[in-house]
Every structure is written in structure tokens, then in C-alpha cells.
Design a protein around this ligand. Sequence first.
Ligand code: HEC
Length: 143
Amino acid sequence: MKLLTASIITTVTMMVLLLAGIQTVKAQSSNWTIPSYTDTLQIPYPIDKDLIADGHKIYNSNCQTCHGNKAKGKGPAAVALNPKPANLTQKVVQNQKLGNLYYRVSNGHLDMPAWKSSLSSKQIWSVVVYIKSLTNKDLLANK
Ligand code: HEC
């Protein structure tokens, strides 16, 4: 009898762990595809220190509640969201073209708001450049 109880407990524990595992994968893999024309979308403004500074301000007032002050996805509002706000410093985000990020920020997805109605096109480009500047030191030189 003791053996049976032990094996039931083990089975239940395994099932709980399995379900928890599935839940985690789901939360991190929102399927957000964007049109390929955004690969060649060109920023219509010079990439300079002023643009990055503007982007930083826009980020602090509109994005950090969810994405966090270090852009790692850990803002105070993140707890309630599923999928979680992206860590904007990670490679999957940083390796995207400026045009890809411009499209994502403009149009949003699930809990990520669409910013094109509340921010100007220049403000969206500036925040995207700011995000890229977090890990890309050569941004000013390379454009
Ligand atoms: C209400 C919370 C919230 C706010 C505010 C918010 N975001 Fe997000 N953001 C999210 C969530 C949630 C996701 C993940 C969406 C998904 O995976 O479907 C996301 C995803 C993104 C992505 C896509 C990353 C990737 O995986 O390619 C970018 C870029 C981004 N946000 C930038 C911004 C910027 C810039 C702002 C401010 C102008 C902002 N976000 C404001 C919640 C938020």
C-alpha cells in the first residue's frame, strides 16, 4: 500500500512538472511573423546622438513599464503578462533589421501595444535606434 501511494505521488509530481514545462515553452514562443518588405525598409533620418537621446526618452516614458529600465523584459507590469515582454537586449531582437523592429513597434502583437497611433513615425524610428544602440556600439559609424 505504501509503495502504491509513493508511486501515485511520483506520477502526479511528474505530470505537474510536465505541464509546468509545456506552459513555460508556450509563454516564451509567441508566433509573431512580419512581412519581408520590412527587411529593406530604410530609416529616413540620420542616425545621430540626438536621435538616440530622443529614443531613450520615448523608451523611458512608454516602454519601460513592461520591458524594464534595462530593456531586459522585467518591468513592473511584466508580471501580469503572458507572453512576457521581450528582453530587447537579446540576439533574436538585436539581430533584426531596423525596419523589422520599426514594424513591430508600430503594429504591436498580443499585449505589445501598437504605437503608430500614439507616437510619430520619427519617434518610433528613434526608439528603435535606441534599442539597437544598447548592444551595437558601432551604430553611429555603420548606420
Ligand atoms: C503593456 C506592455 C508593453 C509595453 C508598454 C511595450 N511593450 Fe513591447 N512587448 C510587449 C510584449 C508582451 C511583447 C511580446 C509580444 C509577443 O511576443 O507577441 C513585446 C515585444 C516587443 C518587441 C518585439 C521583440 C521581438 O521578439 O522581436 C519590441 C521590439 C518591443 N516590444 C518594443 C517596445 C517598445 C519600443 C515599446 C515602447 C514604445 C514597447 N515595446 C512597449 C509588451 C509591451
